[in-house]
Design a protein around this ligand. Structure first.
Ligand code: UGA
Length: 436
């Protein structure tokens, strides 16, 4: 008979919670996942996913017997000792993280609870300490999440590192969490709670800084005639720099970087420290989304009544997540300049429709490009690389494209009849073929 694995409880079945629940079930643990939204719980119990994440639906269906979804906290408390808190911590108006959902979870635990609270939600440094102060005796472990949307299942199963923060007295709880992750084989870093909390915020802030840095380099490349792709390649070969997260584009988005960079800046500010670097990272990111408008104006002059097609809306490919997507700012800016905006995204159109009511959403890239005065590639979905661009050029009023992710092959686009503009690329690669 196979050994019974430690049951796992997951509180909050958003994107992190669902991936955590499904992956622990896949590793053989009985998992009870609780969410306050009855509709979501019912859908998940029927095997219907509420988010688009490659490989996740299969995992949920394959492990249906080990995976229970419920709205009932007592069911979860009865089933599992180890409780992963995966509720969201959105930014407040002040830019601080909103911890109200985390607080409600703590309040729901009975006074004599012998459960282990494992914090996966991204929280400011100091949160663990304050929960431990409020609930002395409740074992507390910080286990921050490093998954990326779109590759979350693979990231969970092959982690670079798992960070486990536990303070004096909670070493046993830390050991229990470490045992859950040992089969995955990644490095396990044991540390204190405050350091674990800071590792998460510092990691996201550093990656966001890398992106804003390369975006500024791209902007300078445009001035001096260099190619940011070549520059990033040359920089990345230096092991101290590394090649990842040096893709220039129209800025980072998503539910994590914008929120966490702001939360770290505010966290520092609340202690009286002015984190200047992060202020610049945020500002560069905001301006980067808007540079596309100037690029279009350079070619088209006024954008009044110009039809601009946005290809891709999600904040990155392989997700339908629209949170802080660059497309939102871009669409609003284009409309502010008088343009008519039409858009297509392979999976995010439904979510986008709720946020972009005045944008015309269509069912294919070709439809979006029909009669357009310009196109902007916003999200690097694989299908855009496969498009018949020569045929698309014929259907546009003016075959002009701003490739916001440097995703397409400039030479092929120029050959297909396009005026091509990337981000931080040399003018020669982007020069249109001479008119016959
Ligand atoms: C990010 C982190 O990468 C994860 O490690 C972390 O766990 C997660 O936040 C979180 O805190 O939950 P995610 O937001 O899913 O993951 O997406 P990323 O792949 O990191 O991309 C974020 C944004 O940066 C996207 O808009 C992407 O287009 C942009 N990006 C990324 C660039 O503009 N250039 C790059 O080189 C890389």
């Amino acid at each position: 008979m196979s050994e019974q694995r430690e049951p796992v409880g997951v509180i909050g079945v958003g994107w992190v919670g669902l991936v955590t629940a499904a992956c622990f079930a896949e590793l053989g643990h009985p998992v009870v996942a609780r969410d306050i939204l009855a509709e979501k719980v019912e859908a998940l119990s029927r095997g219907e996913l509420t988010i688009h994440e490659p490989g996740l639906a299969e995992l949920v269906q394959r492990n249906a017997e080990r995976l229970t979804f419920t709205t009932d906290m007592s069911e979860l408390l009865d089933a599992a000792r180890l409780l992963f808190v995966c509720v969201d911590t959105p930014p407040t108006y002040s830019g601080d993280a909103d911890l109200s959902r985390v607080r409600s979870v703590v309040e729901e635990l009975p006074a004599d609870s012998e459960h282990v609270l494992i914090m996966k939600s991204t929280v400011p440094a100091g949160t663990g300490e304050s929960i431990r102060r409020d609930r002395p005796g409740l074992p507390y472990v910080s286990c921050p999440e490093f998954l990326k949307e779109g590759t979350a299942v693979a990231d969970f199963m092959n982690p670079d590192r798992v960070v486990i923060g536990a303070d004096a007295g909670d070493e046993g709880a830390g050991d229990a969490v470490a045992r859950l992750y040992e089969p995955l084989g990644g490095a396990i870093l044991r540390t204190d709670v405050a350091s674990a909390e800071m590792i998460k915020l510092a990691s996201n802030a550093f990656l966001a800084t890398k992106i804003s840095f390369i975006n500024e380099i791209a902007n300078v490349c445009e001035e001096v005639g260099a190619d940011v792709g070549e520059v990033a390649r040359g920089m990345g070969l230096d092991e101290r720099i590394g090649s990842s997260f040096l893709r220039a584009g129209i800025g980072y988005g998503g539910s994590c970087f914008p929120k966490d960079v702001s939360a770290l800046k505010m966290l520092a500010g609340n202690t009286g420290y002015h984190f200047q670097l992060l202020t610049a990272v945020i500002e560069v990111n905001e301006l980067q989304k808007r540079r596309v408008v100037a690029k279009l104006q350079r070619h088209l002059g006024s954008l009044i009544d110009k039809r601009v097609a946005l290809l891709g809306l999600a904040f990155k490919p392989d997700t339908d997540d629209m949170r802080e997507a660059s497309s939102l700012v871009l669409a609003a800016r284009l409309q502010g300049e008088g343009a008519e905006v039409v858009a297509y995204d392979p999976v995010a159109s439904k979510r986008a429709g709720e946020l972009l009511s005045s944008v015309e959403l269509v069912g294919s890239a070709v439809e979006a490009l029909e009669g357009a005065d310009a196109a902007v590639l916003v999200t690097e979905w694989g299908e855009f690389a496969e498009l018949d661009w020569a045929a698309a050029a014929e259907r546009m009023t003016r075959p002009l494209i701003v490739d916001g992710r440097n995703f397409l092959d400039p030479e092929a686009l120029v050959k297909a009849g396009f005026e091509y503009e990337g981000i931080g690329q040399t003018v020669s690669a982007a020069r249109p073929a001479a008119a016959s």
